[in-house]
Design a protein around this ligand. Structure first.
Ligand SMILES: [Zn+2]
Length: 302
C-alpha cells in the first residue's frame, strides 16, 4: 500500500518549472540516421487490418499513431519496397510512405497506383490528352503509351498519386470531339485489392457503406468546414415553410437527374464488371433508382 503511494508521488510535476533542455544536434542526427531508411505503413481499413498483424511481416515497430515502421539497412532496399507498391494486408490496401516525409502535408494520405486507361481513340493516344484525362484521378507521375503495332494492341498506362481517403472511379465520359457523343473511358488499377463496390472507398466493406449520392459528402480535407446554413433564417415560420417548399420543389428535379446519372453509371458497372446480363442489370438499376426517388420524396414530404 505504502509502496503504491510513493509510486504515485512520482507523478508530481517537480522539475517542470525549469528551463527546457535542448537536445544536441549530434543526438538528433543519430535519431534521424536510425530512421532515415525506414518506411511507415498505415492501415486503411482498421476493421480488417490491425497494426500487430502488419508488424509480424518483418522486424519493425508499432508507433503511437498505430502506424507500423519498417527499417532497412540500405536506401535501395527502401526504394525497392516503395517502387513495387501499392501493398496490401489481408486483401485491403495500406498506405506506405518514407519516414523522412513525415512533415509533408500529404504524408500518409496518398496511394500511388499504375492505372490502365481503356477506350482511348487512336488519334487521341498522345501524352497531352492522356494527362488531361488522368487528372480526374489525381496527380500524374508518369505516362506510358504503347502505340498499336501489327503484333499488339495499343495500351495507355499512367502512374497516379491518388487521395487514399477518396473514392475510386472506374469510368468517366470524355468529349474528345465536342460535336460528337462523349466516349466512356474505363480505368483499371494494377494491384488493387478490395474496395467498397458501392462508393469506391478503400476504407470499408460495401455492407457497412453509408454513402448516399443524393447527399453532398464532405471531402477529405473539408471535415472542419461549417455546416451550410438553410436559407431564410427569419423568425416567421410560415414564410420559412413556403421558402423551404419552393426550394425543395426547384431542387427535386435536379436531384432526381443526379440520381438517374448515378443509376446509369451503376448499370454500366454491373453489366460489364459483374458479368450480369443486360436485362438483369437494367432491372436491378431501375429498382434502385425508383427506390431512391421514393425514399427521397418521402423524406421531403416529412
Ligand atoms: Zn462505400
Amino acid at each position: 500500500m505504502e509502496k503504491d503511494l510513493w509510486m504515485d508521488f512520482q507523478n508530481l510535476d517537480l522539475g517542470s518549472d525549469q528551463t527546457p533542455k535542448i537536445l544536441s544536434s549530434e543526438a538528433k542526427k543519430k535519431g534521424e540516421d536510425n530512421h532515415r531508411f525506414s518506411s511507415v505503413v498505415k492501415a486503411l481499413n482498421p476493421h480488417h487490418q490491425n497494426p500487430a498483424g502488419i508488424k509480424l511481416l518483418m522486424p519493425n515497430r508499432i508507433n503511437e499513431d498505430e502506424t507500423v515502421q519498417f527499417f532497412f539497412r540500405h536506401e535501395h532496399q527502401l526504394l525497392t519496397v516503395l517502387e513495387h507498391g501499392p501493398w496490401n494486408y489481408r486483401d485491403w490496401m495500406v498506405i506506405t510512405d518514407r519516414w523522412t516525409r513525415r512533415h509533408q502535408p500529404d504524408y500518409l494520405k496518398t496511394i500511388t497506383l499504375w492505372v490502365q486507361i481503356h477506350n482511348i481513340p487512336d488519334e487521341s493516344r498522345e501524352e497531352g490528352a492522356i494527362r488531361e484525362i488522368g487528372d480526374v484521378l489525381g496527380h500524374i507521375e508518369e505516362v506510358f503509351i504503347q502505340q498499336p503495332t501489327r503484333e499488339q494492341q495499343g495500351e495507355v498506362w499512367i502512374r497516379v498519386i491518388m487521395d487514399a481517403y477518396g473514392r475510386l472511379i472506374f469510368t468517366r465520359y470524355i468529349y474528345f470531339d465536342e460535336h460528337e457523343e462523349p466516349i466512356l473511358i474505363r480505368f483499371t488499377y494494377e494491384k488493387l485489392r478490395r474496395f467498397c463496390t458501392h462508393c469506391g472507398s478503400l476504407q470499408h466493406d460495401v455492407d457497412i457503406c453509408d454513402y448516399n449520392p443524393l447527399k453532398i459528402q464532405p471531402g477529405p480535407y473539408d471535415q472542419e468546414e461549417e455546416e451550410v446554413q438553410a436559407p431564410n433564417a427569419e423568425p416567421n415560420m410560415e414564410e420559412n415553410q413556403q421558402a423551404h417548399h419552393s426550394l425543395t420543389n426547384k431542387n427535386i428535379m435536379y436531384l432526381v437527374a443526379i440520381q438517374w446519372v448515378a443509376s446509369i453509371q451503376t448499370l454500366t458497372y454491373r453489366w460489364s464488371i459483374l458479368e450480369m446480363s443486360y436485362s438483369q442489370a437494367l432491372l436491378a438499376t431501375t429498382a434502385i433508382f425508383f427506390h431512391s426517388v421514393i425514399l427521397h420524396q418521402s423524406s421531403i414530404s416529412l
